[in-house]
Every structure is written in C-alpha cells, then in structure tokens.
Design a protein around this ligand. Structure first.
Ligand code: DQA
Length: 149
C-alpha cells in the first residue's frame, strides 16, 4: 500500500478558530480524520503533518522525494499556507525531487486579496485544488488516486 503524504504549512494548526468565515470551523485534527477516511477509500496509507517552519517543509519534501523514488509514496498534497505566495525554496524542493504534488487551498485564493493570487507552488505542481473548504483534502486524495493509473 502506498502512502499519501499531506503537508500543512504555517497557521494551519489554528484551523477551527482561525478566521472561521474563511476557513470553516473544523480543526486540523478533524481534517486528519477526514483524510484518514478518504485514504481508506482509495487504498492509501496516510502520513499527515503540519509545520510553521519553511525549512522543515523543505526537509519533508526531500524525504518525500526519497520515498517516491523507492516506490513507497503515491504523492504529496501540500497546503503551504502563506508560503505559497513567498517561497521559492518550496518551489525548488518540489522541482528538485520530482514528486507528483497537488497544491491545495481551503479557500479560493483567487477570489481574495491580490497578494494571494500568485503561487510559487503552482508551476511545480501536478494539480491545484482551491475553494472547496476542508473537503478539498478528500477531493485531492481522490485526485491523487486517479493519477496513479
Ligand atoms: C490557504 C490560503 C493562503 O493564502 C493562506 O495564507 C493560508 C491558507 C488556504 O488553505 O486557503 O494560510 O493556503
């Protein structure tokens, strides 16, 4: 069974209390449960992580690259939070490892402030998911399953 690695960036540990009108009232623990269910449906093992630190996310992408090369990883779903709009380091890590990666946003970033309209992740991503609320995580897992064929 291959693993789906779900990485969450800065401030996503605040889900549930953080701007609920934008991100909803589900906590990150709730999102992990939702991902467990979706992974069970699609035959993936789940590895679910969150960090507020850019370098930690880079290290996890490198680890994912090694796991993908060894055949144990199906791909990565990354909600990079605000690093989406700032991080050339994350862009380079995705490109450098060659992992299939789905960029994910809970909100529709294109309907929000102009500074959220540019993503350093998108040009390195296989697919992009935005605006479905936390249910987007389950949709992205289904999408990752579709990419396996
Ligand atoms: C986000 C959108 C980003 O612009 C923001 O900085 C986040 C969350 C989302 O899931 O909608 O932290 O990635």
């Amino acid at each position: 069974m291959k693993t789906a690695l779900i990485l969450n960036g800065p401030n996503l540990n605040l889900l549930g209390t953080r701007e609920p009108q934008v991100y909803g009232d589900k906590t990150l623990a709730d999102v992990e449960v939702l991902c467990q269910q979706a992974c069970a449906t699609h035959g993936f093992a789940l590895d679910f992580r969150q960090s507020n630190h850019e370098g930690v996310l880079v290290d996890w992408l490198h680890e994912a690259g090694r796991a993908y090369a060894s055949g144990s990883l199906a791909g990565v779903i990354l909600n990079a939070g605000a690093y989406t709009h700032t991080s050339i380091a994350l862009h380079d890590a995705i490109k450098g490892t060659g992992i299939p990666l789905v960029e994910l946003h809970i909100s529709n970033v294109h309907a929000r402030e102009a500074f959220r309209h540019h993503s350093y992740i998108s040009p390195a991503a296989k697919a992009v998911m935005a605006g479905f609320g936390v249910n987007g995580y389950a949709l992205a897992i289904a999408g990752l399953a579709g990419l396996q064929a």
